[in-house]
Design a protein around this ligand. Structure first.
Ligand SMILES: NC(=O)c1ccc[n+]([C@@H]2O[C@H](COP(=O)([O-])OP(=O)(O)OC[C@H]3O[C@@H](n4cnc5c(N)ncnc54)[C@H](OP(=O)(O)O)[C@@H]3O)[C@@H](O)[C@H]2O)c1
Length: 481
């Protein structure tokens, strides 16, 4: 059966910057199912040709040296555009007529909602109303971009709205972190090597740190950001996804539901916190100058930095804290998961200074790879030891450039593999963890909002907080280049 990729929000930024370049590169590599068509819709008036011409320019810009005239022409021949408003039934009926004309028979379709989230429900309703969600002529899948709701109740409503029209197995909630090679490699490393898994538990691991640091400040996104804050923007999705992949058990097979069942069990194991515990186990900060950003109120209490200590109460992780932190205006852009192993039980070698214990750093961006930090002997210095890195970098080890996460995820959506997409229960459980923290932070029991200077690692109090736990943040900008 042939395939059609339908983009709502065809004139938008995500379409030109990510979706079309990813689809083009997949086509160039011969990975797109043969004869896949791309059909775009938004209100801006384009003809098929003028949309193609605009996309050619932006794709050339975003794919750089990988762009080739010949492969583009082949790809562009399958691109079509339909101007219309996705909240209007007659416009979707017009789109349906175009789809049937270009498909000329049964086809599988992916509908990608690359529009503002406030339009999701209207778009889904009209897809249902117009018959475009009818599964009888071939699978009809829908891809939703984050945010999946604003809190638990809006997420539940969105899930109900989408499941009224699309069965859950046809709903693909995208989190581009899961499309990254290092994140998938974490599963390969854990479950395709027998040396890591026996050590991946409370007996050997002291704690886990997950950091998503952004060097940038909010800039022109102030209006949006001030309503969201760092917990909604980063924790509910990316950080909890990374935690799930780090902590999950091995699924029986690499099958969408089996993988997601194991991820869901991790969220179910996270210890709920009372307001008093939230005040102790979380830290909030705001960078100096945030209140002067465009669209941000002068008395804003919105957090641009957060750190949480979460406990995964199960046999594997009991007693091992998971430290999660994310912020804007940090020292550098890096996303990393640090597995901090415990100290050896007995110190054999005479140490002049404190001996670091073993550490595994998985770097998700900017460069992708991992670094094992182990103790080695310093030559000609008696039995002195030093922390020494063993590096694995994807770009060094494998030929060719690293694919953007969207390539993997869009191809999976076309081929009907939802393993790397969030399921409705996962999204709701994640909100169930984040919502109570946001509520406490907005109450009289809120911990103090610490101001911090941009360009470092968040508020100083975050270091003090770690020190009180006898630990310290791994503040290294990035370990791999
Ligand atoms: N940009 C990114 O890098 C990025 C990253 C992660 C997630 N996202 C998410 O992706 C989605 C799209 O983001 P974006 O940055 O691409 O937004 P954008 O540039 O504002 O694009 C929005 C698109 O929606 C279309 N649109 C608006 N109202 C419409 C209507 N009634 N009927 C049909 N089309 C309509 C707009 O086109 P017309 O005005 O021509 O109708 C435009 O093509 C959002 O949910 C965002 O949160 C974006």
């Amino acid at each position: 059966m042939s395939h059609t990729f339908v983009i709502f929000g065809a004139s938008g930024d995500l379409t030109s910057r990510k979706l079309i370049p990813a689809l083009y590169l997949l086509s160039k590599k011969g990975r797109l199912p043969e004869g896949t068509r791309i059909v775009g819709m938004s209100r801006t008036e384009f003809s098929h040709d003028s949309w193609r011409a605009g996309l050619k320019k932006t794709t050339e810009e975003f794919t750089g040296k990988k762009f080739e005239e010949e492969s583009w022409s082949k790809f562009a021949a399958g691109i079509y555009y339909h101007p219309g408003d996705l909240t209007k039934l007659e416009d979707l009926q017009g789109l349906k007529a175009l789809l049937e004309e270009v498909e000329g028979g049964p086809a599988e379709r992916v509908y990608y909602l690359s529009t503002a989230p406030r339009l999701y429900t209207a778009a889904i309703d009209q897809l249902g109303e117009s018959g475009l969600a009818n599964q009888e002529e071939g699978a009809r899948r829908i891809v939703l971009e984050k945010p999946f709701g604003y809190d638990l109740s809006t997420a539940e409503k969105l899930n109900k709205d989408v499941n009224r029209v699309f069965p859950e197995k046809q709903v693909y909630r995208i989190d581009h972190y899961l499309g990254k090679e290092t994140v998938q490699n974490l599963l390969v490393m854990r479950f395709a090597n027998s040396i890591f898994e026996p050590l991946w538990n409370r007996n050997y691991i002291d704690h886990v740190q997950i950091t998503v640091a952004e060097e940038v400040v909010v800039g022109r996104r102030g209006g949006y950001y001030d309503q969201a804050g760092v917990l909604r923007d980063m924790f509910q999705n990316h950080l909890l996804q990374l935690l799930m992949v780090t902590a999950m058990e091995s699924p029986v097979r690499f099958d969408a539901d089996m993988v997601r069942d194991e991820k869901v069990k991790v969220l179910q194991s996270i210890r709920p916190m009372s307001s008093d515990e939230i005040a102790r186990e979380t830290l909030r900060g705001q960078y100096e100058g945030y209140r002067q950003e465009e669209g941000v109120p002068a008395d804003s209490q919105t957090e641009t930095f957060a750190a949480l200590r979460l406990w995964v109460d199960n046999w594997r992780w009991n007693g091992v804290p998971f430290y999660l932190r994310s912020g804007k205006g940090m020292s550098c852009r890096t996303t990393q998961i640090v597995i901090q192993y415990s100290q050896p039980p007995h110190t054999l070698f005479d140490q002049k200074a404190h001996m670091d214990s073993c550490r595994l750093v998985m770097q998700i961006q900017p460069a992708e790879g991992l670094q094992m930090q182990i103790q080695t002997k310093v030559p000609d210095e008696g039995m002195m030891t030093r922390t020494t890195p063993l590096d694995f970098r994807f770009c060094k080890e494998f030929q060719g450039e690293m694919p953007d996460a969207y390539q993997r995820l869009l191809l999976d959506a076309l081929q009907g593999d939802a393993s790397l997409f969030a399921r409705s229960d996962e999204v709701e459980l994640a909100w169930g963890i984040i919502d109570p923290i946001i509520q406490t932070w907005r109450s009289a029991q809120a911990p103090k909002l610490h101001l911090y200077e941009p360009g470092f690692w968040g508020p100083d109090q975050s270091n003090d907080w770690m020190a009180e736990h006898g630990r310290q943040w791994f503040d290294v900008c990035p370990v791999l280049h």
